[in-house]
Design a protein around this ligand. Structure first.
Ligand code: ATP
Length: 376
């Protein structure tokens, strides 16, 4: 992974074995990660997993208990935030209410000169253009919507032309619709400036939508650092599989490993044997008696007896087939998310038309992703 990383661009920000303790609490636990220049990198995870502390360590609001933070290869130990060339946007917009929007943005320049040949006013206008608020300079921040205020906060953070933009849950105070719009704007601004951006959110959907890579954090450290697609399709751990979306995660015991690249697994909590394809990693190939965990995404489960499921068909030959019963359904608009009882276990599927009662569920062994193996 490291070799691939090196060929993919310069390292802008690096954490090397970084730990942060507060008394007995380890907020950040021996984290090593590298963020590429120009990358949109997101720290995502549940409340308390250490996202904000990690960001504060990068910003310089906190110093690590141990380990090193580097910017462009050089340690920033002891360098205060204002000398780190970072722009920071927090959850609360924290605009100054007694200043106009333009003055707020200009305030961002207080500690820095505008780029050469550009006046302060020109720089402010340029930034308000960038965040798509060209006519807002004379307005009172409180007359703006939450999303607009957050864009002003971004303009203010970007005013001095920082190397790195740090965003801590900048959208969490906004309603869902506004959040979706703002995240498209944040992404556009980031790619227009090609600025290295480190983003903190607890919202996995937002993280997948906006990022080049995400670090899924649990208990003070990332469990997986990868592109959104990889995290979604090939979660490295059970935690990642369950956090990133609606994965069906099962554990069981391998009963047959004689076919190349395929396992038969007796799933816990019932007597069904399911077949799962293994990834092409001979070193990690499980053998009979091993305990494994695997996951199947809801959209990969086909439900027969339901009209117009995602791929509506009874399980074709070669597929795993099982019987389950509808327990509950949530109408989401485009699809309905249905929870099925399967013995003592639960399955989540997505269907277009309502289903009820007993159903047959099928899935291709190919769509089962093995996430963990414990040898006998
Ligand atoms: P949230 O999404 O709720 O903000 P988070 O993932 O950002 O959570 P952090 O705020 O980084 O998590 O906190 C990680 C852990 O460190 C938590 O257990 C928190 O209580 C603790 N912690 C953070 N800051 C401090 C502090 N200044 N003093 C003591 N404990 C702290």
């Amino acid at each position: 992974r490291d070799a691939a990383f090196e060929s993919d661009g310069e390292v802008a920000v690096e954490l090397d074995g970084v730990t942060k303790r507060y008394g007995e609490t380890t907020a950040v636990d021996d984290v090593t990660l590298r963020v590429r220049e120009g990358e949109f990198f997101t720290l995502v995870g549940p409340s308390g997993c250490g996202k904000t502390t990690t960001l504060r360590l990068i910003a310089g609001f906190e110093e690590p208990t141990s380990g090193t933070v580097r910017f462009a290869g050089a340690s920033v130990a002891g360098v205060p935030p204002e000398d780190r060339d970072v722009g920071v946007v927090f959850q609360s917009y924290a605009l100054f209410p007694h200043m106009t929007v333009g003055e707020n943005v200009a305030y961002g320049l207080n500690f820095a000169d505008p780029p050469e040949g550009v006046t302060r006013d020109e720089r402010v206008a340029e930034l308000l253009d960038l965040v798509d608020l060209p006519d807002a300079a004379d307005r009172d921040p409180e007359s703006l919507s939450g999303g607009q205020q957050q864009r002003v906060a971004m303009a203010r953070a970007l005013a001095p032309g920082p190397d790195v933009l740090l965003l801590d849950e900048p959208m969490s105070a906004l309603d869902a619709r506004l959040r979706e719009r703002l995240r498209a704007q944040v992404k556009r601004i980031q790619s227009e400036l090609d600025i290295t951006t480190i983003y903190v959110t607890h919202d996995q959907e937002e993280a997948l939508a906006i990022s080049d890579r995400v670090a899924v954090m649990n208990d003070g450290a990332p469990e997986q650092v990868a592109a959104p697609r990889t995290v979604y399709r090939q979660p490295a751990t059970r935690f990642v599989a369950e956090f990133v979306g609606d994965n069906n995660v099962f554990a069981g015991t391998v009963t047959d490993a004689s076919a190349a690249g395929e396992l038969a697994v007796e799933v816990d909590g019932g007597d069904e044997t399911l077949r799962v394809r293994t990834d092409d990693d001979p070193g990690a190939a499980p053998s009979v008696g091993d305990r494994i965990a695997f996951c199947v995404r809801p959209e990969n489960l086909r439900v027969a007896g339901a009209d117009g499921g995602p791929r509506d068909a009874a399980a074709p030959a070669g597929e795993n087939a099982l019987r389950a019963t509808v327990a509950s359904a949530e109408f989401l608009g485009e699809t309905t998310r249905v929870t099925l009882d399967w013995g003592d276990r639960e399955l989540v599927v997505r269907v277009v038309d309502p289903i009820d009662g007993a159903v047959a569920v099928g899935f291709d062994p190919e769509d089962a992703h093995v996430i963990g193996v414990e040898s006998r």
